[in-house]
Ligand binder design. Structure first.
Ligand code: GDP
Length: 466
């Protein structure tokens, strides 16, 4: 049901949108990013600030919104994004970070919009629904598995892991196994557990390419046979019923029963997408983690390139995502004098990801933001120099502290091209200690909680539809 948005927008012929049964346009906004990237905080902050638009000066459409309200979501079998609980955690008397995203969830926010343009006197207010779909970025990266058979996937994975210290234990376990022997379930479970432990350690060390995504975020599949496999070297003989053959069968089932349904039921219906990235964390972790993040950004972008994958082209049927925003989160760790640098780094990485993925089509933008601003700006003196810093309440002690995260380069190339100093350390001052809790705040009526640039993000993502 591709229908344009009636009066106003259809005249411009800008976008085609899906409508609900009453003919009101619906935008399905996907929000993704690897675990801990800031999805839950972003969505909670965005919704709170779209409900009360007092802090959204750069969101131009805001003045035409008469009312914004939450409504029952259209997909009855999908968990609802637990907005109220998350907001209560962030803005309660003892503010805490909310529970992170573990699975896919949805929330419908609806707007009543004053008509505009030359027909405005003739029509009443119109309604626009924004369906926000939150899903783990790990699941998105599984798309790459669809192109691969078990043997190739195993070879590639084992080759890549050979260079990682976190994988030493797992590799020893995998090499000691004879895949031609009959399947032994406890052995298969031990292998899957060992591989999952490696993936956890790799994530903790800052690596982002940690597929299969459900091993880290199983949703309701934990412990099931589709998750009880691991990459193994191919033995000379792989008789029926052997460990290797059974692993292959489970890998194929994972693709058919887990990965494909997710793409068909959720991903294929998204109109606009936010990809959140903990760029500051990767920069701090060092050149290898940053390089990994750059590769992952290209991989994510290629998921949005129609025609990249036979299966995807089949389920998308020519539909494509119209806008994609790549955003570096947690910008409140930096004094605003460094924000432009973070944005420039994101933009440079996005340009490069576009080139690597040969991406064209959707409007793509990069920015830096904070779903919830946990700090205020301050200055600090270190070795006689006055430095731009931030002040916040530490998670560990609950006490206020002023911290200087270190510096970002003015020219992104110094960070991104090894030949020009990419191996330098950035954000190596007090960044590692900067675990702030949300600030205690009094949120005034008509104002959402404090944030950084959620209004610009909203303008890019939905401004044209308001
Ligand atoms: P998710 O796994 O993508 O849902 O990530 P969350 O939204 O749960 O965020 C993970 C953690 O990152 C939070 O618990 C916070 O510690 C931190 N975080 C996320 N957003 C912000 C932000 O805007 N500012 C700050 N200072 N920290 C943030």
């Amino acid at each position: 049901s591709d229908i344009t948005d009636g009066i106003g927008r259809s005249l411009e012929g800008l976008v085609s949108t899906v409508t609900d049964p009453f003919g009101d346009p619906v935008i399905r906004l996907g929000v993704t990013g690897l675990s801990r990237a800031g999805k839950t905080v972003f969505i909670t902050g965005l919704v709170a600030n779209l409900l009360d638009r007092g802090r959204m000066p750069q969101f131009k459409g805001a003045e035409r919104i008469e009312a914004a309200y939450l409504q029952p979501q259209p997909d009855m079998t999908l968990p609802r994004f637990d907005y109220e609980t998350h907001l209560a955690a962030l803005t309660g008397d003892d503010p805490r970070w909310p529970e992170s995203t573990r699975t896919v969830s949805e929330l419908r926010l609806s707007f009543r919009i004053r008509p505009s343009g030359f027909l405005s006197g003739l029509t009443g207010p119109r309604t626009l629904h924004l369906d926000i779909i939150d899903y783990p970025g790990e699941w998105l990266l599984d798309l790459a598995l669809l192109d691969k058979g078990y043997a190739d996937w195993s070879d590639e994975t084992l080759a890549r892991l050979a260079k990682r210290t976190e994988a030493a234990g797992w590799l020893a376990q995998a090499r000691a196994v004879d895949g031609s022997r009959p399947l032994d379930e406890p052995e298969a479970q031990a292998l899957a557990a060992g591989f999952t432990a490696y993936l956890r350690a790799a994530r903790a060390a800052g690596w982002t390419d940690c597929t299969p995504g459900r091993f880290l975020l199983p949703g309701d599949l934990a412990g099931s046979p589709v998750l009880t496999f691991a990459p193994l070297p191919r033995p000379a003989m792989t008789p029926r019923g052997s460990l290797w053959r059974e692993m292959e069968r489970r890998f194929d089932a994972y693709k058919a029963k887990v990965v494909k349904p997710f793409f068909r039921d959720h991903f294929a219906r998204i109109d606009r997408q936010v990809v959140l990235v903990d760029a500051l964390g990767a920069i701090h972790a060092g050149p290898a983690a940053l390089e990994d993040l750059r590769r992952t950004m290209a991989e994510i972008l290629s998921a949005f390139r129609p025609g990249r994958n036979g299966f995807l082209s089949q389920i998308l049927l020519g539909k494509r995502v119209e806008r994609i925003l790549f955003a570096a989160t947690k910008a409140d760790h930096l004094h605003h004098s460094q924000h432009a640098r973070l944005t420039a780094i994101m933009q440079a990485m996005l340009r490069e990801a576009r080139d690597r993925a040969a991406f064209a089509g959707a409007r793509v933008e990069a920015m830096s933001l904070a779903g919830l601003r946990a700090t205020v700006e301050a200055e600090v003196t270190r070795d006689g120099a006055t430095l731009p810093a931030v002040r916040g309440r530490l998670l560990t002690t609950g006490k206020q502290a002023v911290m200087y995260p270190g510096e970002l380069p003015e020219d992104p190339a110094r960070l991104l091209s090894p030949a020009r100093g990419g191996a330098e350390a950035w954000l190596d001052a007090e960044f590692a200690l900067m675990a702030f809790a949300p600030a205690r705040m009094t949120v005034r009526p008509g104002e959402g909680p404090p944030h950084i640039r959620l209004d610009r993000a909203a303008e890019f993502l939905i401004g044209d539809m308001i």
